[in-house]
Ligand binder design. Structure first.
Ligand SMILES: O=c1ccn([C@H]2C[C@H](O)[C@@H](CO)O2)c(=O)[nH]1
Ligand SMILES: [Zn+2]
Length: 141
C-alpha cells in the first residue's frame, strides 16, 4: 500500500484544518486528525469533550469511528495535529490501542506545523501491543 508524498501533505493539511471543529471548552486543547484509507479516501476527526470529563473522545478515535462506521477498516496513514508547536504530540495510550486494532504496519504522522511533521509506524508508538491473537490463546489450568 503506497503512501504518496502528496498524500502526506494532504493529510497534514487536513489534520490542521480538522482542529477548527474541536469541541474542547474544558481543556481548550484542540486536536485534529486525518485518516487515509487503503482506497485513498480521507476522513477527519476532532476531539469532542463533555462536562462529564471522562467521556471526552479524542480526535483520533473520532476519525477512526467515522471511517469504520462508513465501511472502511484498512488504512494507509493517520495524522494528528494540535496547537503545540514546540514538540511533536503523539496520541494518548487509549488512541494507540485503538489505532493498533487496525494493524501495526501503517503510518503515523505527528504535526508541529504544515512543514514540520514526524513520520513513523503504528508499531513504533505501541510496542508489545495487545491484540486479538491473545484472545485465542487462553489455557485453562
Ligand atoms: O491523543 C489525544 C490526546 C488528547 N486528545 C484530546 C482529549 C482532550 O479533549 C484534550 C486534552 O487531553 O485533548 C486527543 O484528541 N487526542
Ligand atoms: Zn487519545
Amino acid at each position: 500500500m503506497s503512501l504518496e508524498e502528496s498524500q502526506v501533505k494532504e493529510l497534514v493539511e487536513k489534520a490542521i484544518d480538522a482542529k477548527k471543529n474541536s469541541y474542547s471548552p474544558y481543556s481548550k486543547f484542540r486536536v485534529g486528525c486525518s485518516l487515509l484509507t487503503k482506497e485513498d479516501i480521507f476522513f477527519t476527526g476532532c476531539n469532542v469533550e463533555n462536562a462529564s470529563y471522562g467521556l471526552c473522545i479524542c480526535a483520533e478515535r473520532t476519525a477512526l469511528v467515522k471511517a469504520v462506521s462508513e465501511g472502511y477498516k484498512q488504512f494507509k496513514a493517520i495524522c494528528v495535529a494540535t496547537d503545540v508547536a514546540k514538540v511533536y504530540v503523539a496520541p494518548c495510550g487509549a488512541c494507540r490501542q485503538f489505532i493498533a486494532e487496525f494493524g501495526l504496519d501503517w503510518t503515523c504522522i505527528f504535526v508541529k506545523n504544515k512543514d514540520e511533521y514526524h513520520i513513523c509506524k503504528v508499531r513504533d508508538i505501541l510496542p508489545f501491543a495487545f491484540d486479538s491473537s491473545a484472545l485465542e490463546m487462553t489455557e485453562t489450568s
